[in-house]
Design a protein around this ligand. Structure first.
Ligand code: CMP
Length: 232
């Protein structure tokens, strides 16, 4: 008997780490209840305080998680990219959305409704563990953010955020998804002018090289050797 063909959406889900533990049948079932949606750059996807009904998985593009006030001041809690998910918190505890989410690039997202997500979690321990690990990772990152806000000066905070965003590539430590100075400022609670000054000093000192599309950090890593930055 011919095997039923895997649908394109199920193939897409197959590459999402969150669903690694699902078998073909479960993937097909999930694919039939999920929706794929595209968002242009700079689109609000979720608003803090909204009632929640879905989990979002990033297929392509990048988003930022932020909290703001009425005067337009904002703090970026995190930047997420392909394979990562958001919107799980409100689904788990039934509280309103904890933060705003906006696209920083054109994005393709898979959206799964609350009941389907909960059903999947209930029947798949691997998926439950993956979500728990994701939550623990976010808590660790939030702890580090509190530490740097409370204990570090702006130079240390800029250095930490740059090193945290970097990846090793052929012996080079680089940030390929180059953040704007405004984004860095919003990540560390400093002004854009202060971030510009610190980055200029780090460039002049030879600690970082700012290129058109990337920032190279090899010397910065040596300078901060021994500090507990999570260089990937
Ligand atoms: P939820 O509260 O449903 O909606 C906003 C989402 O932003 C939240 O779920 C998480 O997925 C995400 N989020 C909130 N805080 C953080 C954080 N500190 N780091 C990464 N993601 C977060």
């Amino acid at each position: 008997m011919a095997m039923p063909e895997t649908s394109p959406k199920a193939l897409l889900l197959r590459n999402v780490p969150l669903f690694a533990g699902l078998d073909d049948e479960q993937l097909e079932q999930l694919s039939s209840v999920s929706v794929k949606k595209s968002y242009p750059k700079n689109t609000v996807i979720l608003c803090e305080g909204d009632k929640s009904d879905s989990l979002y998985i990033i297929v392509s593009g990048r988003i930022k998680v932020l909290i703001g006030d009425e005067e337009g001041k904002e703090v970026i809690l995190s930047m997420l990219g392909p394979g990562e998910f958001f919107g799980e918190m409100a689904l788990i505890d039934d509280h309103p959305r904890s933060a705003n989410v906006e696209s920083t690039e054109p994005c393709e997202l898979i959206i799964i409704g609350k009941e389907d997500f909960k059903r999947c979690l209930g029947s798949n321990f691997e998926m439950t563990t993956y979500i728990m690990k994701g939550l623990v990772k976010r808590l660790r990152e939030a702890d580090k953010k509190i530490e740097s806000l409370a204990l570090m000066d702006v130079y240390g905070r800029v250095a930490r955020v740059l090193l945290d965003m970097a990846e090793e590539q052929d012996g080079r430590l680089v940030i390929t998804n180059k953040p704007t100075k405004q984004d860095i400022a919003h990540m560390i609670g400093a002004s854009r002018e202060m971030v510009s000054r610190v980055m200029r000093d780090l460039t002049t000192g030879g600690y970082i090289q700012v290129e058109a599309r990337e920032i190279v950090l090899n010397e910065l890593k040596k300078r901060f050797k021994g500090h507990h930055f999570s260089v990937k």
